[in-house]
Design a protein around this ligand. Structure first.
Ligand SMILES: [Zn+2]
Length: 364
């Protein structure tokens, strides 16, 4: 080993151990002590203590005072995630609303703002200007409470390239929109831009490792989660379930094709004819289940409050069309977060990045 490699290696070991200590504290049911973390991780007590000191100084952990002495032995102080440390700004732009939320390191929602309004008549620049103002409002509220934003993430109903460029969002009428450039209020904050169904899926696992998340808004998107990982496809554009053909000679779609699911089961069509919407959804979902062997489907967005009215019609089509439905029925459920899933998923993505790499936060 040459001397020049040593510092790099040490800093990557430290980064790994910081993440290990933070995750161990975060995942413990009770507040572990420094000695407890040493026992759980196999690190020495001196190493753990130094790492814990850094995590406390960086605002990631807090150490609760020992309980008053009641008997023999010295009660240990407990470590927990700091709810007043780094926080995340979750943003969503959808066809008929803008939304922002602030989530702290423990996962609690500290602020939530939703502004209803049809975005379709507006230009991308005007919609994003309004979102920028909403984000500034949420940021001010968070900072007023002493929270520090670690980053922001924005959920959009469209296809997003790696640099945050929205290639196409058909229901917003967007094409090649440079989102980060149009959100000047977020300058200086790391910004993630991702598809709304992907972000919502990550917030809707509820312990499930493999499932399909379907988001019903004006458009319809899906997030495919396989063994705990989002399946994004080769270019990151998977999940366009809204453009699966359900009736080949059917209604024209904004995408240029005819008979797409979106024309029968978008949120406006659910209001107009819930039976047709459920049937169209069932036909499309049966195709997905036959292809991917997915056993759980989570219905989110505007589908969540309509779930009791949609369920029967969807299940009838699944029973009729899924080859294996007699062997293992598909489980359908409504997303617990309902219409908030995408902005919560956006905030969760930022929080997860801090929890996965606390060294990056400490060296900011
Ligand atoms: Zn279409």
């Amino acid at each position: 080993m040459t001397a020049s490699h040593a510092p790099v290696r040490q800093s990557s070991v430290r980064a790994h151990n910081l993440a290990l200590v933070l995750q161990t504290a975060a995942n413990s049911a009770d507040r572990p002590s420094r000695a407890g973390i040493a026992a759980l991780t196999g690190l020495t007590r001196a190493t753990v203590s130094a790492l814990v000191d850094d995590l406390i100084a960086g605002g990631l952990l807090i150490e609760h005072d020992p309980a008053p002495r009641t008997g023999a032995g010295r009660p240990a102080a407990g470590l927990a995630l700091n709810a007043d440390g780094p926080a995340a700004l979750g943003l969503e732009i959808n066809v008929d609303y803008l939304a922002a939320c602030v989530v702290d390191l423990t996962g609690s929602v500290r602020h939530r703002i939703v502004a209803h309004g049809d975005q379709r008549p507006l230009s991308a620049a005007d919609s994003l200007q309004a979102l920028d103002a909403l984000a500034a409002q949420a940021r001010a509220a968070a900072e007023g409470e002493g929270l520090t934003l670690a980053g922001a993430a924005l959920a959009v109903p469209g296809l997003v390239a790696a640099d945050g460029l929205v290639r196409v969002a058909p229901n917003l009428g967007w094409q090649d929109v440079d989102v980060p450039a149009l959100l000047p209020g977020l300058a200086g904050l790391p910004l993630i831009v991702d598809n709304e169904a992907n972000l919502a899926a990550l917030a809707s696992a509820e312990g499930e490792r493999t499932f399909l998340y379907v988001s019903g808004e004006i458009g319809i998107g899906a997030g495919i989660v396989l063994d705990g990982e989002l399946y994004r496809g080769v270019r990151g554009w998977s999940g366009e379930i809204g453009h699966i053909t359900v009736f080949p000679d059917g209604r024209p779609c904004r995408c240029g094709a005819t008979g797409c699911l979106e024309q029968y089961a978008g949120q406006e069509q659910v209001v107009a004819d819930v039976e047709l919407a459920a049937s169209a959804l069932g036909i499309a979902l049966a195709a997905v289940v036959n292809l991917l062997d997915i056993g759980v489907i989570v219905l989110g967005g505007a589908y969540a409050p309509e779930f009791p009215r949609l369920r029967g019609g969807i299940e009838a089509e699944l029973a009729r069309r899924v080859l294996t439905s007699g062997l293992a029925p598909v489980t359908l459920r409504a997303a617990e977060l309902g219409p908030d899933a995408a902005m919560r998923g956006a905030a969760d993505a930022v929080i997860q990045s801090v929890r996965d790499d606390p060294a990056a936060w400490l060296s900011r």
